[in-house]
Design a binder for this molecule. Sequence first.
Ligand SMILES: *Cc1c(COP(=O)(O)O)cnc(C)c1O
Length: 361
Amino acid sequence: MVRAGLAAPVQGEPLLAGPTFAAPFHLRGDPADSPFTYGRYSNPTLEHFELALGELEGGSAVAFASGMAAISAVLLSLLEPGDLLVAPSDGYMSVRALAAEHLAPRGIETRLVPTAQLGADSVDGATLVWLETPANPLLDVCDIREVAAAAHDVGAIVAVDNTLATPLGQRPLDLGADLSVASDTKAMTGHGDLVMGHVAGDKALRVDRLRAWRNLTGALPGPFETWLAHRSLATLQVRLERQCATALLLATRLSEHPEVDFVRYPGLVGDPAYAVAASQMERFGPVLSFDLTSRSRAETFLDACSLVADATSFGAVHSTAERRARWGGDDVSEGLVRFSVGIEDPDDLLDDVGAALGTLS
Ligand SMILES: *Cc1c(COP(=O)(O)O)cnc(C)c1O
């Protein structure tokens, strides 16, 4: 991760060059003879970042201006009228909104299946199978190998939204998926300071089609965000190691706490997701969910935390948590808290959460 995507050493040059800000590049004669022509197509900063993503994913990668720009590139450019999308009913809500508002009117049908039930028997007639595992916010999982094999038998493409795990937690392309998609707004870049996304694939041709879509629609990230993202990749492994270790400690502590109704964390032995998660994940991610049974108890808890920001999103170095039902659109109880573990000192964080739970008794 430290070296991914860096240029070969050049005397007197930095290891990671700063962002290149340009709309036009010097371009004499035939555009095909120049590596860079115009800022909407690419720039050196983006090219190095995409090389890093490709090394990390084990494929070729194309970066987008946001996770949703990456997701809509896949769904809008690879599906045609008459096609069937199979997608999770309990995943990121904007994917369902995109299907209802933009795929359905184009004659593309969507079949929603709960992640925990998404298996070989869910893919009949599918053109594209969209997985999000662990799914967000309730953290159910499905077996990527099983679904990918069944999907390929019926000629469908499989894409995995791997935002929560990152490729250091789970490697969708190695598990048989055709596309690995992520919001790089979250754990991948991990500082809560930018919005980006990417798609990686095992087949360069398919990724080139997505790159052509991006260049046509203009959904590429700016050079400054791209440079920040590349800089942040260097610490991905150390951030995740701390986050995942503390998440497991916190999940264990919460599962034993009398004020907590239930905890979901795929890395918790005994969690309904554990067996499948352990068979395909190398790290279980920075996010856990737990139920405090009512809106007022969840709000009291969030107010009482001092090291945990009440904020959406996840995967950043700062711990954040939110009462997920405040958004609407997810099928979750009023007291459900989605908690993203940061890189704070684990004892400080556990003490803070323990004290906040103590105000509920
Ligand atoms: C945040 C998120 C997205 C959307 O990403 P943006 O960068 O906000 O567009 C997609 N999928 C999952 C699982 C997410 O958490």
